[in-house]
Design a protein around this ligand. Structure first.
Ligand SMILES: [Zn+2]
Ligand SMILES: [Zn+2]
Length: 282
């Protein structure tokens, strides 16, 4: 069960899944973590915003359900996009099975389509429980590029990312603290790159895609991901306080990621690897 944030923190970030593409529940990978993308953001009043529902959402869901202790409540879940590694924890997300809970999904696509996409991965014969049979109430909210929406005391601004089939990042502000979540993007699209620099400008914490090494990227152009090197350059150009490298490639074991962290810090000193279980306060 997550501990409530200390009263002095304006936003608390907890990483429940940091891996990209597919889980890596293998020896040698678990220091950094094997679950796919799922990040919990807490405001000072306890409001929780979940970013993506990769396999890390399973453990987060149990923690949220334990915290709710059977009382009615709301869970806010913003989806960057609908690739499997951002969605596959959802069928195992305990709040969806809790009567009295409302799970509100935010995504940058129309409401009908959000529901259809969420239903899709739980359709027979992929999963035995249809999305429509879940005990929780579910709501969908279409969000728009550059148009802020509120989640408790947090103001969340979605922005588009350069990724196959599209993806969105989120800039989250509360009491002057700024967190930017930008995963699943590839650098090299001038309009997107400029937009990302602008939206990340002055952020206290930037969580960035960093799937590839520069050598790997040379073989994977167009796959929709960037490098740790580009992430550090972005962090420097945008003047962010801390950079968290995220969406680690499933071929990178703990030792490889340790090397990446060291190299990245040589370019931008305030760089850390996003690690499962890591908590960051703003
Ligand atoms: Zn992904
Ligand atoms: Zn993706």
């Amino acid at each position: 069960m997550p501990t409530p944030p200390p009263a002095s923190s304006r936003l608390t970030v907890r990483f429940w899944g940091v891996r990209g593409s597919i889980p890596t529940p293998e020896a040698g990978f678990l220091g950094v973590g094997g679950n796919t993308a799922c990040v919990e953001v807490r405001a000072a009043d306890g409001t929780a915003l979940v970013l993506d529902a990769g396999t890390g959402a399973r453990a987060l869901g149990y923690a949220l359900a334990a915290e709710a202790a059977g009382e009615p409540g709301e869970v806010h879940l913003a989806l960057s996009h609908f690739h499997w590694d951002h969605l596959q924890g959802l069928p195992f997300f305990a709040p969806l099975y809790a009567p009295g809970q409302t799970v509100r999904f935010y995504a940058a696509t129309d409401d009908h389509r959000i529901h259809a996409l969420l239903r899709g991965q739980m359709t027979s014969p992929y999963f035995p429980v249809p999305f429509g049979d879940l005990a929780a109430a579910t709501e969908t909210v279409r969000v728009h590029d550059g148009e802020p929406f509120g989640v408790g005391p947090m103001t969340v601004r979605p922005f588009p990312l350069n990724h196959p089939q599209g993806a969105h990042g989120f800039r989250i502000e509360a009491d002057g603290a700024v967190l930017v979540y930008a995963t699943d993007y590839e650098h090299g699209s001038p309009a997107h790159d400029e937009g990302l620099r602008e939206v990340a400008h002055g952020a206290d914490v930037l969580i960035s895609d960093a799937q590839y090494t520069p050598d790997e990227y040379a073989l994977r152009r167009g796959w929709g991901h960037t490098t740790w090197e580009h992430a550090t350059d972005l962090a420097a150009a945008a003047g962010v306080g801390r950079l968290l490298l995220f969406h680690h490639d499933p071929s990178h074991d703990d030792a490889a990621l340790d090397r990446i962290g060291t190299l990245a810090r040589e370019r931008f000193a305030a760089t850390e690897l996003a690690v499962e279980g890591l908590e960051v306060t703003l």
